[in-house]
Structures are given as C-alpha cells and as structure tokens.
Design a protein around this ligand. Structure first.
Ligand code: FES
Length: 110
C-alpha cells in the first residue's frame, strides 16, 4: 500500500475537546492558519502570523527532527511572557512539514 508522504495528522486539544486534524505539507502558510480554519477559533492569530501577539500560543509534543527551531521574534515574544520550555510555541511560527506529523498539540488559554 502506497502512503502519502505529504499527509500530516495532528491530535489537537482545544478547550478540553480532542480533535484529529489532517492536512498536507504546506497546505496552509503555517500551523496557526490551519488551526484557526479547522477549529473556527476566535481571537486566534491576531497579528496575522508575525510572532508578536502570542494569541496563537500552543504546547506541542512529539515533533520529529530539529528543523523547527524558534526564530528571533518567537523567542523574544515567548521569553517576555516567561516561557522558556521548548514545547511552548507560537503556532504561526511552525510550518506544516513532515516534522510535525503525528504531534500532539494543546491550544493554551492566555
Ligand atoms: S499570530 Fe500573532 S504571534 Fe502568532
């Protein structure tokens, strides 16, 4: 059986509800746009994805590889909020690539 290497499956917890979300590599510009679209989230991603508002904050576990390191804006924004844990991320700074396939995500309430 042929598998689709571009398929991405995610487990997402939002407001204590579990969701299974499927997408494809680069179907959306980043994870924030995917979550906002699939879960119809209000007030999520207010700055449009430049890493400044932190309304798209998530906890993500099970990421493969080390290709999704924090860029400067994300690092600065999260540090100001006191988050240094590498599992706490801004979803707008995560691209939809194979490294996040199979990961577990929780949308955090600020
Ligand atoms: S959308 Fe504003 S920080 Fe991610």
């Amino acid at each position: 059986m042929k598998t689709n290497k571009n398929k991405i499956c995610l487990s997402v917890v939002e407001n204590n509800i579990n969701h299974s979300i499927e997408t494809y590599v680069h179907e959306y510009p980043n994870l924030m746009f995917l979550l906002r679209d699939k879960l119809l989230l209000d007030d999520f991603g207010e700055c449009g994805g430049v890493g400044r508002c932190a309304t798209c904050i998530i906890e993500i576990k099970g990421v493969k590889g080390d290709s999704i390191i924090k860029e400067r804006n994300e690092h600065t924004t999260l540090s100001k909020m006191g988050y240094i844990d590498t599992t706490i991320r801004l979803s707008c700074q995560l691209y939809l690539n194979n490294d996040i396939d199979g990961s577990q995500i929780e949308i955090l309430d600020l």
